[in-house]
Design a protein around this ligand. Structure first.
Ligand code: C2E
Ligand code: CA
Ligand code: CA
Length: 272
């Protein structure tokens, strides 16, 4: 009986949270924050990742790990992604006035990869922002890239010149063979392996092997979750192109990321 009651309570809470999320999307309360991606060769910021943020009047700050699955469950993920995409492209247009090669990455839920209209919708968002397709990277979590229909959507995005990135590489269940057949341009090494570099032989071996595989596949590589100088220099020595993580800054608003672009990486580290 008490179990049944608690299940009901959980359902009610989920229903309330879902309604709050739908309202937040209507009122523009879901916004993108931006985390820098830094070249490990030149120490310059070369791109950024857009991460969704929600501060609810009812629930306070809600973590993406909570509201993204909720958005997927409630059929709101398309609307949420387009809100983040709009923010991301308008921030990128501002940064490209200072740094013309700047790119922005947007996380694309696996559920959206089966939507045939997605490439055209992204096209019109790019046109509205006045950006070329090369300014955008679509990040797709490894565990889901083999969903039926995913390949066709990714191919359509790549044909347009949009970057496609395998996110959280090494943590999913996709077979290496199926990943190699996907039209990716970038691979992101998951932070669990990056953090283990220098401390855990297994994690370091996986990072080395991943870098070798990425070289063979001619993929650009981003190491996620770099927090310390020693991890950074180890990744650089191993031949990794790009880093992302608290060492260079947490996710911030457009003014913050614009200021980061203008300041030397050494000072960004000071604030990280
Ligand atoms: P992700 O795509 O792997 O994003 C990286 C996450 O790691 C972010 O968490 C970021 O704040 C965190 N992070 C970055 N550097 C460091 C570091 O040095 N150390 C540690 N400990 N963490 C670091 P966040 O913002 O909480 O996002 C969590 C996940 O939620 C994301 O993981 C992504 O899968 C999902 N997500 C966020 N925004 C969106 C979105 O707009 N759409 C979709 N579909 N998913 C999103
Ligand atoms: Ca990501
Ligand atoms: Ca990731």
């Amino acid at each position: 009986m008490s179990n049944a009651l608690s299940r009901t309570a959980q359902e009610q809470l989920k229903h309330r949270a879902g309604a709050a999320l739908a309202n937040a999307l209507k009122s523009g309360d879901i916004v993108a924050a931006f985390q820098p991606k830094v070249s490990l060769d030149t120490n310059e910021m070369v791109g950024m990742e857009a991460l969704a943020r929600w501060t609810s009047p009812e629930f306070g700050r809600v973590a993406p790990d909570v509201f993204i699955p909720l958005a997927e469950e409630q059929g709101l993920i398309g609307e949420l992604t387009h809100a983040v995409l709009r923010d991301a492209l308008s921030a990128c247009a501002i940064l490209r006035r200072e740094a013309p090669g700047m790119t922005v990455a947007v996380n694309i839920s696996p559920l959206l990869l089966t939507d045939k209209d997605l490439p055209d919708q992204i096209d019109s968002a790019l046109r509205e922002a006045g950006l070329p397709p090369q300014a955008l990277v679509a990040e797709v979590t490894e565990s889901h890239v083999i969903a039926p229909g995913a390949r066709a959507t990714l191919t359509a995005l790549r044909r347009r010149g949009i970057g496609c990135s395998i996110d959280d590489f090494g943590t999913g269940h996709a077979s290496l063979l199926s990943l190699m057949q996907m039209p990716f341009s970038e691979l992101k090494i998951d932070r669990a392996f990056v953090a283990g570099c220098g401390r855990d032989r297994g994690a370091e071996m996986i990072v080395r092997a991943t870098l070798g595989l990425a070289r063979e596949m001619k993929l650009h590589v981003v190491a996620e979750g770099i927090e310390t100088e020693s991890t950074e220099s180890m990744l650089r020595d191993l031949g990794c192109n790009t880093g992302q993580g608290y060492r260079y800054g947490r996710a911030m608003n457009t003014a913050g990321i614009l200021a980061s672009l203008k300041q030397p990486v050494a000072e960004m580290r000071y604030h990280a």
